[in-house]
Design a protein around this ligand. Structure first.
Ligand code: ZN
Length: 437
C-alpha cells in the first residue's frame, strides 16, 4: 500500500481538544504523522480543504447477527445459523458506509461472532475492526426475553448456566474458540416485578466466578446491568465494562467511580423508541418506560463522567428500532442533549474511549502517530453539531487501517426471506362487539 497524505483538513483528533488545521500521513496501516507535512514523491495526496478529518466511529454495543428483528419471538425463533452469518457479512458493510470503523458485538446468535471477526480480519469480507463475544451467559432466570429463554442449553444469543462448574466450563469453551469478551446478562425481567424494571439474575459469587475464570485466561468480561445492585455487584466481581448502567443509586455510583469501570449507556434504542416509536407502531407503555430510563439515569451517568469514569458510545444496532447503518451517531446526540457533554467530548466517547471496547486502547480512536489509520473524512463540522454525523451524503471517505472503503451501496435490493420475519395474524383481537352493532 502506498503512503497516503491527507492535506489541509480540519482535524478533530478524538482527544477532546479543539479542531486544528493540519495534514495526516498514513504509512503501513498506521498514522505516521499529524501536523504540517510536506509532499514527497510516491505519496498519494488527498486535498481535504474544507473537510473534517476525524477518527472513525467506534460502536461499543452492536448486535451484528440479529438482523433487525421486530420482536424477541422473531429473534429467538426465526433465525437460522447459516443465513444469519451470510447476512451479517452484508450488514458489517452498512456500518462501514456510516463511518463506523470499529465495533464490539458482545453476544451473537449461534456463537457467530468469532467466525465473522476472523472473516473480516483475514480479508474474506470487508468490515470494520471487530471485537466479539460468543453466547451471552444467562442464568435460567433469563434475560430480557423472559420465558423464551429455556432452563438449560442455548437459544439465540444465550447460553444458560446454572452453577459454577457450568460457568467455568462455558467461559473456557468460549476462550478456546477465540472470543475477545465474555458477556453476562446480569439483569433480566420477571413478571412479578415488571413495574420495578429488571432484577439481578445472578448471585455475587456467580459473577465473581465468571470474572475469575475469564481473567485467569486473559479475557475481559462485560455485563448487561440495568439496576443498582447489579452494577455494584458487577464492579465488586471485577467486571471490565458495563452496558446500560442505568438506575444507579448513590452506593453503586460511588463504587463505579472508585473502580473507574467503563460504561456504555446505550440510550439510542430508548431514544428512538421514545421519539419515533409512534412512526413504527411501537408499544406506548414501553415508550414511556424507556423515556424515563434516560431521564432517570442521565445525570447519574454525567456525574460518573465528571468523576473520570470512561463513557463509550453504543447504539444497540441490530433491532427494528436501530437498523444497521442508520443510528450509530445518535448516542453522541443523546450524550450532548441529555448528559450535557460538549460535542467534542461526545466525539471522544465514540472514538478514543471506544477503543476500550476493541481492546485497543491507545492504538485506535485518536489521530496520533502510531495509531491505526481508521479515519473518517467528513463534509461539515461535527464539533458544532454531532447530529450531522448521521447525514450520509457528508461522508466523503472512510479508511480502516489506511485502506479506503468503497462507499457506494452495491447491495442488491433485499426481498423477503421465507420464515425470517415473525408474522402476526392481526394487530388486535377480533371481538364481535367491536365489529357488529
Ligand atoms: Zn444489547
Amino acid at each position: 500500500m502506498n503512503d497516503l497524505l491527507i492535506r489541509n483538513a480540519s482535524i478533530i483528533d478524538g482527544t477532546g481538544q479543539a479542531p486544528f488545521d493540519g495534514d495526516l500521513l498514513v504509512r503501513d496501516a498506521r498514522i505516521a504523522a499529524v501536523g504540517s507535512i510536506g509532499e514527497e514523491p510516491g505519496v498519494q495526496v488527498i486535498d481535504a480543504s474544507g473537510l473534517t478529518l476525524m477518527p472513525g466511529l467506534i460502536d461499543a454495543h452492536c448486535h451484528i447477527t440479529f438482523d433487525e428483528p421486530c420482536s424477541n419471538d422473531e429473534l429467538f425463533f426465526h433465525r437460522r445459523a447459516g443465513l444469519a452469518a451470510i447476512i451479517a457479512a452484508r450488514n458489517v458493510q452498512r456500518l462501514l458506509r456510516a463511518g463506523v470503523t470499529g465495533f464490539l458485538d458482545a453476544d451473537c446468535i449461534y456463537d457467530l461472532g468469532v467466525d465473522l471477526r476472523d472473516a473480516i480480519n483475514s480479508g474474506v469480507i470487508e468490515g470494520p475492526r471487530m471485537a466479539t463475544g460468543g453466547y451471552a451467559l444467562l442464568t435460567s432466570v433469563g434475560g430480557t426475553a423472559g420465558q423464551l429463554i429455556p432452563d438449560t442449553g442455548t437459544r439465540g444469543y444465550a447460553k444458560i448456566v446454572s452453577n459454577q462448574a457450568e460457568i467455568v466450563a462455558e467461559v473456557r469453551r468460549q476462550v478456546k474458540t477465540g472470543v475477545d469478551w465474555i458477556k453476562v446478562h446480569v439483569t433480566g425481567l420477571v413478571p412479578q416485578q415488571r413495574d420495578a424494571g429488571e432484577i439481578q439474575a445472578w448471585s455475587l459469587d456467580e459473577l465473581r466466578c465468571v470474572c475469575d475464570a475469564a481473567h485467569e485466561l486473559g479475557v475481559s468480561v462485560v455485563g448487561h446491568c440495568r439496576n443498582a445492585t447489579s452494577i455494584r455487584n458487577s464492579v465488586r466481581a471485577g467486571m471490565d465494562m458495563i452496558l446500560h448502567a442505568t438506575f444507579m443509586d448513590e452506593p453503586a455510583l460511588e463504587e463505579v467511580i472508585e473502580a473507574k469501570v467503563p460504561l456504555v449507556p446505550t440510550f439510542t434504542f430508548q431514544a428512538n423508541l421514545a421519539d419515533y416509536g409512534d412512526r413504527v407502531g411501537a408499544n406506548e407503555d414501553l415508550r414511556e418506560v424507556f423515556r424515563r430510563e434516560i431521564e432517570d439515569s442521565a445525570q447519574t451517568l454525567r456525574r460518573a463522567y465528571d468523576a473520570g469514569v470512561p463513557l463509550l458510545c453504543g447504539s444497540e444496532s441490530g433491532f427494528s428500532l436501530t437498523p444497521y447503518g442508520d443510528w450509530h451517531y445518535r448516542e453522541l446526540q443523546v450524550f450532548v442533549e441529555a448528559l450535557g457533554l460538549t460535542p467534542l467530548q461526545a466525539i471522544s466517547c465514540a472514538t478514543r474511549e471506544g477503543a476500550r471496547a476493541l481492546g485497543l486502547e491507545g492504538q485506535v480512536g485518536e489521530l496520533a502517530e502510531g495509531q491505526f489509520a481508521d479515519l473518517l473524512l467528513f463534509d461539515g463540522d461535527p464539533a458544532a453539531d454531532v447530529k450531522i454525523l448521521g447525514e450520509r451524503s457528508r461522508i466523503k471517505a472512510v479508511y480502516v487501517g489506511g485502506h479506503a472503503i468503497d462507499l457506494e451501496d452495491r447491495e442488491p435490493a433485499r426481498r423477503p426471506i421465507p420464515g425470517w420475519r415473525a408474522s402476526a395474524y392481526s394487530d388486535a383481537i377480533l371481538r364481535r362487539r367491536d365489529v357488529i352493532c
